[in-house]
Design a protein around this ligand. Structure first.
Ligand SMILES: *Cc1c(COP(=O)(O)O)cnc(C)c1O
Length: 358
């Protein structure tokens, strides 16, 4: 088997969705599989969840096309909406639900209404995320305009919270009450929460929920979510490509790291070209043969150095866990000072996926 590889535990994935189901028993689940299912593999993850969730959510129409090509007939929600007439026709043909977050999209639907049918629309209301969405007056007006079109089958209301990963922030409470005040007028089906809302703001577990990162067993922040029972789905593994002795006083190539005593250095078959963050500092953890060791020197394009200690215990070909079961993504991300999403989502095509199915 080729290294590095991402081992994907599909049983853990299903288990995590079960936990979400128990947290929000009255909600329909739109499983977010954008960004190649956060690096876990769009098609395999969607197939695994096919019968367990009511819909899947993607950011781009090309992702939805791949899902349909793979024979996935679930509800697919286009979270960012369509970006022009061609995409509108395509989503109609592929029978996707779509977000509508701006007037240009409404105008396109009106213009081509006679060519469209059975549109399911998620009106995006901006409650303070300030990225996409309509304000209150616009949402009222757009709802009325869309409702009058025979091609529109269903309209729901969605929003996205800006700070829900911080349960102590009152910003989310403000967004929630703003959202509810609009919907008490519009009276639409609601879709409010992504992972952190689902975990920390139970009142946002509305008709639809949109879990992303927690399905993969990863926290939306650097705080562990193990206490909820989530299990990491991906374990990124590689091997030692070499072990050598750096003599006392010698430096690692291209770095400030100088051995204080004779030190064994492991060279990992992993680097920035695999999508590992090149800014990972000295001290970033790895597990070599189950033992925690830390990065020394700089992350190279194809190689990373770790300090294996003063005793020779390891050899070429020995297993290295980069993150996953036994070394939480949260811990590694905190060391590198990146958000947890980046570690799995930015992996490149060089990483092979191996699916454990049972
Ligand atoms: C990405 C995304 C989600 C999922 O977010 P997580 O924090 O990963 O749960 C939900 N809704 C929308 C609109 C998104 O773009």
């Amino acid at each position: 088997m080729k290294y590095p590889k991402a081992i994907i535990d599909t049983k853990a994935l299903k288990h995590n969705v079960e936990i979400i189901r128990k947290l929000a028993p009255n909600s329909k689940i739109c499983a977010i599989v954008k960004a190649n299912a956060y690096g876990h593999g769009l098609i395999d993850v969607s197939r695994t969840l096919l019968r367990q969730v009511e819909g899947v959510g993607v950011a781009r129409i090309a992702e939805a096309e791949r899902l349909r090509d793979a024979g996935i007939n679930n509800d697919i929600i286009l979270l960012e909406g369509f970006l022009g007439a061609a995409e509108l026709f395509k989503l109609n043909e592929l029978k996707l639900s779509t977000a509508v977050h701006c007037y240009e999209q409404v105008e396109l639907i009106e213009k081509y209404a006679s060519n469209l049918s059975n549109l399911k629309i998620w009106l995006k209301f901006n409650t303070g995320m300030n990225r996409l969405g309509l304000d209150k007056d616009e949402a009222r007006e757009v709802k009325a305009r869309l409702e009058s079109l025979p091609c529109v089958k269903e309209i729901s209301l969605m929003t996205h919270f800006a700070n829900a990963d911080d349960p102590s922030s009152d910003y989310t409470e403000k967004q929630i009450s703003f959202f509810n005040s609009l919907n008490s007028e519009l009276n639409l089906g609601r879709s409010t929460s992504a992972s952190s809302g689902i975990l920390f703001f139970p009142e946002t577990r509305s008709e639809w929920i949109r879990p992303g990162i927690i399905m993969y067993g990863i926290s939306p922040s650097h705080e562990s979510i193990e206490s909820f029972g989530f299990i990491p789905v991906m374990s990124l593994e590689t091997v030692l490509a070499n072990v050598f002795k750096l003599k006392a006083g010698q430096y690692l190539p291209n770095s400030q790291f100088q051995a204080q005593e004779d030190t064994y250095i492991g060279v990992l078959a992993l680097g920035s070209s695999d999508g590992y963050p090149c800014q990972a500092p000295q001290g970033t953890p790895f597990l070599v043969n189950g033992r925690k060791v830390t990065l020394v020197g700089n992350v190279g394009v194809d190689h990373i150095y770790v300090n294996l200690g003063s005793e020779l215990q390891d050899k070429m070909g020995d297993k290295v866990l980069v993150f996953g079961k036994g070394l939480p993504v949260e811990e590694v991300a905190k060391h590198i000072n990146v958000i947890t999403y980046e570690l799995t989502t930015k992996l490149t095509m060089q990483i092979k996926h191996e699916y454990i199915i049972n």
